[in-house]
Design a protein around this ligand. Structure first.
Ligand SMILES: [Zn+2]
Length: 396
């Protein structure tokens, strides 16, 4: 919600007026000097939207504010041209409305368009949330990173490395929405106070690493050549792409990282296909490159790659993980009921590369149980487990 600065206004006055932490208002207005507002300047108040209201007989600013649990000055602020002593019946005024509802539904077919729509909506209501394009997919879709929090402890979470595991994207987006709701409504999530985590941590999310693949699984063949003919051939002529894990060039993005890549290269398919092909060289694909570049830039303390299925938490790689990795894995297990597993005969994954290069905790979490793609009937359970793990990753 945008307001216009009046004589004598301050960030701290707005904070009290709307009951929104001052630091969130400051972070939502990066270009301003919070100690020196100028009259007429536009300020965004996060966690609020405006609606309109038609004045009825007997209404006063006092009665309207009273009914909606608002300060009278909040009404004056969003109606700078209205004279409160001269209201007329039928006149339209603005009302500030605190956002207490979710924007992200989550439990629905979640393709690239839906994802981008939810990102736009969240950015509008919560401008202290930051979005950055960290690369583009083979077909030119933006790969989006979302960041929240001002702290030095940087935690990363990604989803949909594998196309038919797309349910991980709305699980991450639902968590983000609950986090934003919680800090703008002085609430807690699983009794964790997110206002203090906002100060001490920075959460980096790449909810959809493989947007072309997700759209292929959910929406079917793309129009654009050569991808249309190629994926159809690699899928043996079938238009059912529900088993597709790879990107649009038939490369398995979680077999692309330079951490034992040669081992996978020797034993996995050597041509493009729905799954497992490691590519012709490590990080050959733009989606994998974007993730590698982001990880090199951000200096993450720990990373979490969300996959389906199996209800397992993988936390080791070649004994290169630090001892704390197992402690954190056990906490993930406590909050989800999932099984912590140190190693498995697998290489060239994102978390493998992270552990190898930084010797810090990295996790592959396999959510849910059954055959991929998991049905939406598992969404609530997966979102609950994802929430537990992301929170643990922040507070541990
Ligand atoms: Zn996977």
């Amino acid at each position: 919600m945008e307001i216009s600065v009046r004589q004598g206004d301050s960030i701290w006055h707005y904070s009290q007026l709307f009951d929104i932490p001052a630091n969130l208002i400051i972070d939502s207005n990066q270009s301003i000097n919070p100690n020196q507002l100028s009259i007429g300047q536009t300020i965004v108040i996060p966690g609020f939207v405006t609606t309109t209201y038609k004045i009825q007989s007997g209404d006063t600013f006092w009665s309207i504010a009273q009914k909606r649990n608002l300060a009278i000055d909040a009404l004056k602020l969003v109606n700078p041209t209205v004279n409160p002593t001269m209201l007329s019946i039928g006149q339209t005024i603005n009302l500030p409305v605190r956002v207490t509802w979710r924007v992200v539904n989550g439990k629905e077919k979640y393709d690239y368009t839906k994802f981008q729509e939810d990102v736009r909506e969240l950015l509008k209501i919560y401008p202290f949330l930051l979005a950055e394009t960290i690369g583009t997919s083979v077909m030119g879709k933006n790969i989006t990173e979302l960041r929240v929090g001002k702290g030095s402890k940087r935690v990363h979470v990604n989803g949909s490395f594998h196309a038919n595991e797309w349910i991980t994207t709305p699980a991450i987006m639902s968590f983000l929405n609950d986090y934003l709701l919680s800090i703008t409504n002085q609430g807690t999530l699983n009794s964790v106070n997110l206002e203090s985590l906002y100060q001490t941590t920075m959460l980096s999310l790449v909810p959809m690493v493989n947007p072309d693949g997700v759209n292929l699984v959910l929406n079917g063949l793309p129009e654009q050549e050569p991808y249309r003919s190629e994926v159809l051939a690699w899928n043996n002529g079938s238009r059912d792409f529900s088993k597709w894990k790879a990107n649009i060039r038939g490369v398995d993005l979680n077999n692309q990282f330079p951490a034992g890549w040669e081992i996978e290269k020797a034993r996995k398919p050597n041509t493009p296909g729905p799954r497992d092909f490691p590519g012709t060289y490590p990080l050959s694909e733009p989606e994998a490159q974007a993730m590698a570049n982001l990880t090199r830039t951000r200096d993450f303390k720990r990373v979490n790659a969300f996959h389906t299925q199996g209800q397992v938490i993988y936390y080791g790689f070649n004994d290169q993980e630090p001892p704390i990795a197992e402690v954190i894995a056990n906490e993930y297990a406590n909050v989800t009921g999932y099984q912590p597993v140190k190693t498995v005969d697998s290489y060239a994954g994102y978390k493998d590369w992270f552990i190898q290069e930084w010797r810090r905790p990295g996790y592959t979490v396999e959510f849910g149980r059954g055959l991929n793609p998991l049905p939406l009937s598992q969404f609530n359970e997966i979102a609950r487990a994802a929430r537990g793990i992301i929170l643990a990753s922040l507070y541990m």
